[in-house]
Ligand binder design. Structure first.
Ligand SMILES: Nc1nc2c(c(=O)[nH]1)N[C@H]1C(S)=C(S)[C@@H](COP(=O)(O)OP(=O)(O)OC[C@H]3O[C@@H](n4cnc5c(N)ncnc54)[C@H](O)[C@@H]3O)O[C@H]1N2
Ligand code: MOO
Length: 405
């Protein structure tokens, strides 16, 4: 936070505020998850190959395992000495003039070095095999170690697990996997006038739009969210809920952080040992954002207007959660081109809603009508927010940074 001698703290820039947040990232934790639940998580350690893959020379076709050199003078007739099913080891060696029927996926019997697929084989009435054409060594055999060798680094720490990487871990016999643990986030909404779903809002009251919004963002990220409920602007109640919330990696409190008579949140956080790292940032929406920490726990006081909550969540809380869960966090911005002139009247860096349009070259952004941080309706039609510097007149085709919602 910036202080001028004898004066109140002044507002800090967006860049400084993000730097302060990234400077206080908590330590990541790991946990062991069932492989079937690991999609979207990041590995917390390298995975090395415990064996070659495949671990044995494997038949690729249903047919007959032969010694290729026996077919050099084709046509030839070979004896069939048995059948090799998948999953079994054939104990007998294939000798000169011999072959064995074999299934796809089976271990090649010792001595044999090629497979003649069923469609190319002629089985004579006495059960022997007539080979019409010579086969090369290795034909339709997937040799041991072709994909990787024992000791190869298969997946690096911090790799995002998707279904194909999960399949690779499955192929190694993993039932569980060590990943960066889901972030544990507590959410507390505040405000006398805010009514949870299921109750009837009286004149002057509003329904709680923020809880479902933050909850769905958290669940999309795979973070664990404890809803502390909704606290009216009463000191004792806020105090109790804040204490409960401080058991998590991150506590999010919405509302009550600006200058109103009942904006108790900053005081309540300070009383519970949370050190303020900044309060108020030069952005719009989201100016009253409050950030602090107590030990390893981070606390975000998001401004109550739902779109201010959304924007500050995306810009400040989401990267921290991504980092905690093993991602890079840091930058969540993409680049696009404006499809219309925009004038940002505000003296603050503004984040304005837009719809994305795919262009021949790159991404186009169509700015939308926006009535400010309470305008949930127009933001519902948006795909993203783009950054417009203070007082900027941005012409159509200007390149802008944006983040998706
Ligand atoms: N004198 C000043 N007044 C305000 C300032 C300021 O600097 N000086 N900042 C304004 C800005 S900017 C914002 S943003 C808001 C944020 O204020 P708070 O964080 O204290 O939020 P509240 O006053 O509790 O609520 C603001 C607004 O949002 C509605 N709200 C709150 N929670 C919810 C919810 N869960 N679901 C739906 N709507 C919610 C609430 O009813 C209020 O209308 O302060 C300005 N004032
Ligand atoms: O900063 Mo407030 O979020 O502009 O309305």
């Amino acid at each position: 936070m910036i202080r001028l001698a004898g004066m109140r703290p002044i507002m800090i820039s967006f860049t400084t505020a993000r730097k302060i947040v990234f400077r206080h990232l908590p330590r990541r934790k790991t946990s062991c998850l069932e492989l079937v639940k690991a999609e979207g998580r990041f590995l917390s350690r390298d995975v090395m190959a415990p064996t070659d893959a495949p671990a044995f020379d494997r038949a690729v076709m249903d047919g007959f395992a032969v010694r290729s050199r026996d077919t050099a003078d084709a046509p030839v007739v070979l004896r069939v000495v048995g059948f090799v099913p998948a999953g079994r080891v054939f104990g007998r060696r294939i000798g000169a003039g011999e072959s064995a029927a074999i299934a796809t996926g089976a271990v090649m019997p010792p001595g044999a070095d090629a497979v003649i697929k069923k469609e190319d084989a002629q089985v004579l009435s006495d059960g022997r095999l007539r080979v019409v054409r010579r086969v090369c060594r290795g034909k339709d055999v997937y040799p041991r170690g072709r994909d990787y060798r024992k000791g190869t680094l298969l997946l690096r720490r911090a790799t995002l697990l998707n279904p194909s990487r999960i399949a690779l871990l499955g192929s190694l016999g993993y039932g569980c996997v060590e990943v960066f643990a889901p972030a544990r986030v507590a959410l507390l909404t505040t405000g006398d006038e805010v009514v949870p779903a299921g109750r009837c809002a009286r004149r002057g009251q509003v329904y709680d739009a923020t809880t479902p919004m933050i909850f769905s963002s958290l669940s999309r990220m795979g973070a664990l969210c404890e809803h502390l409920g909704h606290a009216p602007d009463r000191v004792a109640l806020l105090d109790k809920k804040v204490r409960q919330g401080l058991k998590h990696d991150i506590l999010i409190v919405t509302g009550g952080v600006s200058a109103g008579a009942k904006d108790y949140v900053p005081r309540m956080l300070a009383k519970n040992g949370v050190t303020r790292l900044f309060h108020k940032v030069l952005i719009r929406p989201g100016k009253p954002l409050w950030f602090g920490r107590r030990g390893r726990q981070l606390v975000f006081g998001l401004p109550g207007n739902p779109i201010a909550s959304l924007v500050t969540f995306m810009l400040f809380v989401k990267p921290v959660i991504e980092y905690l869960q093993g991602g890079e966090g840091k930058s969540s911005f993409l680049q696009g081109v404006l499809l219309k002139d925009v004038y940002n009247e505000s003296e603050r860096l503004s984040f304005l809603p837009a719809r994305l349009r795919r262009q021949n070259r790159g991404t186009g952004l169509m700015p939308l009508t926006f009535h400010g941080s309470a305008d949930i309706y127009h933001v519902a039609g948006a795909d993203c927010f783009f950054a417009a510097p203070a007082h900027a007149r941005l012409k159509k085709k200007t390149h802008v940074s944006f983040f998706k919602i």
